[in-house]
Each structure stands twice: as C-alpha cells, then as structure tokens.
Design a protein around this ligand. Structure first.
Ligand code: TXA
Ligand code: MG
Length: 356
C-alpha cells in the first residue's frame, strides 16, 4: 500500500497545463490526486470508477458508509450523475456555482455504489478553484473527492497538511497554496420536503435564504447509535485536532472572563492549555501562562474561517493538551465555524450567558 507521493507546485490562479495534464492522467488511470478547491484540499478519484473510488476509502481509512461529493466542471454535467434535476437545483446552481455549495440530489444510474455508500442520493458541487476546475475539465470525468485528511481529522487547507496525513498513501498532490475559504462546502439536501442544510459551510444560510425564502438547518444528531447516519460529516466527533477541545459560547466580557478563569484553573492542574481567540481578545490574556492563537478578528469571519484549521493545527503543534476555543456567533460563516468547533469538541460546549 506504500507508494511514492509526488508533489507538484501549481499557480493557484493560472495553473500550468503541463501539471494539470499530468494530474488528470493519474485520475484517468484510476489513481488518487489531492488538489486544492476553494474550501479545503480534496482527495480526488474518477467518480465513475468503483475501484478508483474505493482507493479513497483505503487511503483515508474512511468507513464505507460515508458517501462522497462528486465534483463537476459545470452545472450542465449534472445529468451525468443526478437522476433528476429539480428546478430549484438549477436556480441554486445559477446563483452559487462555481462555489462552496454541495447539493444532495436523487442519484443517477451511472454513479458507483462506493460514491453514494449505496444510498439513493448523490452529493454534487462545481468548485470555483481554478486548479480544481482545470483538473476536472482535463480529466474529462467527474471527480469524487472528500477532504484530503484521514477520517475524523481536520481538513487540510495547505498541501503540507495533506502530506502530514496521506504521504505514502496517495499518488500526487497539486500544491496550489492555502485554500481561500478554509471551511468545507455547505451541504444542502434537495430530497427533503424543504431544502435542508446538512452541514453549514462556505455558502451562508442567509445567502441560501435570499434565494430559497427559507431553509432548515438540520439539528446535530446526538449519537449515531443504530439510527442511520444522514451525513457523517455531521457526526458529533469529527474535524478534530489531537488535543481535547472545549467550545465556549456566550456574550462578550462574561465569555472572556470564564475562558480566562477556566484556562488558569486547568493550567494550575498541570495541563498545557491553548486558547483559540479573536485577535482583539489577545491583549486581555497577555502574560498569562497560556498558549494563545487567533485566526482573525471577530468582525472578519472570512479570515477566521480561512485560518481556522491551520490555527488548530498550530495549537496541536505547540503541544497543548487542552484547547479552549471561543465561539464566533452564528451569522454568515460564523455558523460553519461554530459547527466545526462543536464537532472538534465532540459536543463539549460551555454556555456562558444564555444570550448568544
Ligand atoms: O468543501 C468540501 O465539501 C470538500 C471539498 C474537497 O469539496 N469536500 C468535503 O468532503 O468536505 P467530505 O467527504 O469530507 O465531506 C462531505 C460531506 C460528508 O459529511 C458526507 O457525509 C456528506 O457530505 N455527503 C456526501 N454525500 C452525501 C449524500 N448523498 N447525502 C448526504 N450527505 C452526503
Ligand atoms: Mg471531510
């Protein structure tokens, strides 16, 4: 199973055709290529080849019950993979594609079972990243791609993150630098009576509501148990750093005071404690025996999302045992950030004030 992983640099705005052609040949040969999308790096295989897709599950150690997103070059290719395309899907595609929105639709006949986990639906999106678009176009096949990490771990936003998890397990990595959105796509089901967000992500709930009128955001399942898992990215423990993580939700000063108190208590108990804060919070914690990291300012959720996973990785790299993370609200990208931090916390959330 050990294989040589080639790393190829590409210009994220204007990737050289030579590199893309080389990567496309790897896909066509039924092998695995990690590539940047605007959200996170994906681990791609020919979506129409059952054996190629099975390779993804092996490399990631991903359970076969977790279906994959099929990436297309354009909405006109929807008929390749979807059984029927409702008008609302066309409307959403016109608004949000290419971009970080994944639609769950009735599955088409040509899609292998490995992609859909044997289910009756298929998840599809048209990514916006020039490298992803060029790769799909030149390969000439739809590309099935989960995030390019081992199952349950943080999604990679840089080529080095992909290598940390998958070097020696995949054939090629296209290094197009850091990904601009930083959190995964929004997964929206169109097979439910009302369009339902299964996973908040790069397209905000507000943006969807502006087009659809209303959407439902699915409640997080408590425990999978025997019940069917609707979307394993929605499992309670997922997207996790190595260190234990606790999420703190609540309003302004009270939130920071509680974080500070709990962090110092844990430090006194002998733990190496990291804090994930907003930039403007840092001053209030300066000089304390805590490891501080901030992905961005509270008012700049795009930057917080873009740097969220790299910041969690930096805390892991700093050797912390425990991460106490602040919440960034539920507006816009805040909802996706909250979702990922809640999952990283395995559901351990401290509510400071019932207000927020
Ligand atoms: O931004 C993204 O979506 C990235 C990039 C690479 O495109 N991909 C990604 O894939 O995050 P993955 O496999 O890590 O997460 C896909 C999520 C999982 O939670 C999976 O369970 C869900 O989408 N999903 C896939 N197919 C589904 C389906 N047919 N029905 C419901 N959920 C589905
Ligand atoms: Mg993933």
């Amino acid at each position: 199973m050990k294989r040589r992983t080639t790393l190829l640099q590409v210009d994220p705005r204007d990737p050289a055709l030579e590199a893309i052609t080389q990567a496309a040949a790897v896909i066509r040969a039924g092998r695995l290529v990690a590539f940047p999308t605007e959200t996170v790096y994906g681990l791609g295989a020919d979506a129409l080849s059952e054996t190629a897709v099975q390779g993804i599950f092996v490399a990631k150690e991903r359970p076969a019950y977790d279906p994959l997103i099929v990436h297309l070059a354009g909405a006109t290719e929807l008929s390749w993979v979807a059984g029927n395309v409702p008008a609302v899907a066309q409307e959403l595609a016109a608004h949000f594609w290419p971009g970080p929105l994944t639609l769950v639709l009735p599955r088409g006949a040509g899609v292998p079972d490995a992609v859909t986990a044997g289910g009756a639906t298929v998840a599809v999106r048209v990514p916006a990243h020039p490298v992803a678009r060029a790769l799909i176009r030149v390969a000439g096949v739809p590309i099935a791609a989960p995030s390019a990490n081992r199952f349950g771990r943080l999604s990679p936003t840089r080529a080095e993150d992909v290598l940390a998890d998958l070097e020696g397990r995949i054939d090629l990595v296209l290094d197009g630098g850091p990904t601009p959105v930083g959190v995964e796509s929004t997964v929206l089901s169109l097979v439910t009576p009302v369009p339902t967000v299964l996973r908040p992500g790069g397209v905000s709930r507000e943006a969807l509501e502006a087009v659809l009128g209303s959407v439902i955001v699915a409640e997080r399942p408590v425990e999978p148990e025997e019940e069917e898992v609707p979307s394993p990215g929605t499992l309670p423990q997922h997207y996790a750093p190595r260190a234990e993580l606790v999420l703190y939700r609540g309003a302004g000063e009270a939130l920071l005071a509680t974080l500070r108190r709990d962090a110092l208590r844990q430090h006194a108990a002998g733990r190496r404690v990291g804090l994930l804060l907003a930039e403007e919070d840092l001053g209030a914690f300066a000089g304390l025996p805590l490891i501080l990291r901030a992905p961005g300012a509270r008012e700049d959720l795009e930057e917080v999302a873009r740097r969220l996973y790299a910041t969690l990785r930096a805390l892991d790299a700093a050797g912390v045992d425990l991460i106490l993370a602040r919440d960034f609200g539920a507006e816009g990208l805040g909802l996706a950030i909250r979702d990922r931090l809640t999952r990283a916390a395995g559901g351990t959330v401290v509510f400071v004030d019932l207000e927020a």
